[in-house]
Design a protein around this ligand. Sequence first.
Ligand code: OGA
Ligand code: NI
Length: 360
Amino acid sequence: MDNNNEDYHRLLALKQFDESKAGVKGLVDAGLTSIPSFFVHPTETLSDLKPTHQTPPQSIPVIDLSGFDSDRRGAIVDQVSRSARDFGFFQIINHGISQEILDRTLAAVKAFHELPAEAKAKYYDRSGGGRTGFTYMSNVDLYQSKAASWRDTMTVRLGAVTEDRVPEICRDAVADWDRAVVWLGEVVSELVGEGLGLSAGRFRALSCLGGKTMVGHYYPYCPQPDLTVGLGSHADPGLLTLLLQDQMGGLQVKSSGVWLDVKPLPGAIVVNVGDLLQIMSNDEYKSVDHRVLANMNQEPRVSTAVFLNPSKRDELYGPLPELISKDKPARYRQFTFSEFIQRFFTKELDEKSLKNFFKI
Ligand code: OGA
Ligand code: NI
């Protein structure tokens, strides 16, 4: 088959998969034992999936937040600052959100994805929750990426989720998670800001936390986990991401050229620096590449991330003036958040991260 013909057949297969509105879970439920070829990743990606034999010299820091508003604050800010600079990732424990809320949130995401295919199909839409506030689909970059990934995703635009646009099966849990995240986003962004020496409430004052998008990923069992991934390597575009994962494992972060596991830790919430925060910090903090391996276990893996983004689309963002000096000139130009995010949705997830487009 010549190239054109191959592309044509691939596009047909993608369309057929997309139009089934049943996602990857639909393929697994149909009893598939080998993955369709459009899920097979290029050899460079596949060879990079194999674990290295030496034990990594370091691991993603775990930060105990107890006492963050009293005696231990200084020490906690130091740990947050160091982790955001060195890894761009850390896990927090004793953050003040109850285990019950965490469990309910993940259970709600799982329950949505496990609704009958017919019940989910009416939410299937590629607009990412933009218009309706709630959508579900498989592979945000299905038509842009070189290969598809083994997961389905629901997307909720947070803020006022009590409306009936959110399916009943997850409505109350999502509303509770929204409230918890508003609070936690404030706490974490304060610590992150202090770690840069910024004045209190700096990110809030710039409306950096108001736009909250929640994704709920479902990674079903994959019969050929060495041929594909759950979520391809990417960096998150926004300010900060708050991520909740179950105990299955598979999330990895790149650090000094090595993939480190973000080990599931009961009760922990994973925090990571997004491209916008790296840019605003003028490269003090790092937004790093991360990925999820395809799930080789029979039991599905479930995770949910909230991306904290600016709520003002036409405001200008760029390196903060207080972090620019003669010795450290601005490394990025200014841009509006709408320009920024438009870029994100027209590129493949694992292409160069967004910050590269705004470098001076
Ligand atoms: C993301 C992400 C990781 C996970 O949604 O951007 O990195 O564990 N998710 O699902
Ligand atoms: Ni991510």
